[in-house]
Design a protein around this ligand. Structure first.
Ligand SMILES: Cc1cc2nc3c(=O)[nH]c(=O)nc-3n(C[C@H](O)[C@H](O)[C@H](O)COP(=O)(O)O)c2cc1C
Length: 369
């Protein structure tokens, strides 16, 4: 049982629970609610313009005095590969036609900005308590500036080797991201998916390999998962998918519909890729999305078509399988089946796990286990 408060003291929080930064669904509203409930709120910055960054962070600083984690990508943007793109386009052409989209329309470029000097200046200006990175760490001069601004630094490891690398390069705590995790895999020393193991296998190995505190991420949605993570050597947990079900999450009607219908067996990372027959698209996507631009184009086009026809609400097009809807392997826990599960966090979680119950009352329930 977890009794040590070292992690909470290090990060200035009451509960050893981190809101996973989720570019898109997590905005200031969710970050503030989690921070005020005692966890570590996060603002994912990968998709924010400088204006949005200032506005969101301004709101957070106005409404809570609690620590905040600013999250950045530090991937190397992929070199466009016309041949690979054409192959994807060919594979997806039938879906474009089915949805009345132009198969020749240019693929959208990635809007995910890697951490750079300009973003570092904003960190220096706003001095967040925590800065987390995905896909490794930025170059040393930038990392030194982040640390000099007073931020504790986190990053995700998907293998023991990555965990050791992060510790050697100055991370204050390491997020062990298991294969169940939703969203981009943070892998950065390899793009071989066969190296990717589940949270229960990864966390104890990472805990044995590094001396920095370990934060377990992937497939944790309730008190049972939190207790298990602590038993395996974690000092805290980072939770993403479970928060997608909260009213504070900025999730489209389509995405919510997909989440609600999640099955226990679903990996549910990106249904589009399942449709395209690619079982494990994450690593290349994680490197900036070159492989999925056609897919993203299809998804965006599909959303536009749905909106234009006023059909998205109620699932008129009925094919969210063709949209990029992100979630982790534990998405089913927010569905109707879960609602009847008395052992769910606090015994009352349901599809709309309100944030108040999810964090203020339910998540601390791990203490009662
Ligand atoms: C919709 C979604 C978006 C995500 N975006 C980010 C991101 O912008 N930055 C990041 O570091 N991690 C991101 N992640 C990964 C999370 O930080 C975390 O590793 C994951 O959610 C944990 O697994 P869980 O979803 O099973 O709780 C994202 C996850 C999801 C589900």
């Amino acid at each position: 049982m977890h009794t040590d408060r070292h992690f909470q003291e290090l990060f200035g929080i009451d509960l050893p629970i981190l809101l996973a930064p989720m570019a898109g669904p997590v905005t200031s509203e969710l970050a503030i609610a989690v921070a005020e409930a005692g966890g570590l709120g996060a603002l994912p910055c990968a998709l924010l313009s400088p204006e949005q960054f200032r506005s969101e962070l301004g709101i957070i600083r106005q409404r809570t005095a609690k620590p905040i984690n600013l999250n950045f990508f530090c991937h190397t943007p992929p070199v466009p590969d016309a041949g690979r793109e054409a192959a994807w386009r060919k594979r997806l052409a039938g879906y474009y036609v089915e949805l009345g989209l132009d198969p020749e329309a240019p693929a959208p470029s990635s809007s995910r900005t890697p951490f750079d000097s300009a973003l570092c200046e904003m960190v220096e200006e706003y001095r967040p308590e925590v800065v987390s990175f995905h896909f490794g760490l930025p170059e040393k001069s930038l990392l030194d500036r982040v640390k000099a601004a007073g931020a504790k630094v986190l990053s995700s490891a998907t293998t023991v080797e990555e965990a050791r690398w992060l510790e050697d390069h100055g991370c204050d705590a390491i997020i062990a991201q298991g294969a169940e995790a939703g969203g981009h895999r943070g892998m950065f020393l390899t793009d071989d998916v066969s190296t990717q193991i589940g949270t229960f296998a990864l966390v104890p190995q990472v805990a044995d390999a590094v001396s920095a505190p370990v934060i377990a991420a992937g497939g944790i949605t309730d008190a049972r998962g939190i207790v298990a993570a602590f038993a395996l050597g974690a000092s805290a947990v980072q939770i993403g998918t479970a928060y997608l079900f909260t009213p504070e999450a900025k999730v489209s009607v389509l995405h919510r519909q997909a989440l609600r219908s999640a099955q226990r067996r679903d990996r549910h990372h990106q249904c589009l890729h399942r449709a395209a027959g690619a079982r494990h698209p994450q690593p290349r996507d994680a490197r900036g999305g070159a492989d999925i631009r056609s897919a993203a184009g299809l998804s965006a086009g599909r959303r536009r078509a749905g909106a234009a026809q006023g059909k998205e609400r109620g699932g008129g097009l009925g094919r969210f399988q063709l949209s990029l809807v992100w979630a982790g392997g534990a998405a089913w826990t927010g569905t109707a089946g879960r609602r009847t599960d008395a052992r769910a966090v606090g015994g009352s979680a349901g599809t709309d796990v309100g944030l108040a119950p999810a964090t203020r009352h339910n998540l601390p329930a791990y203490k009662r286990f």
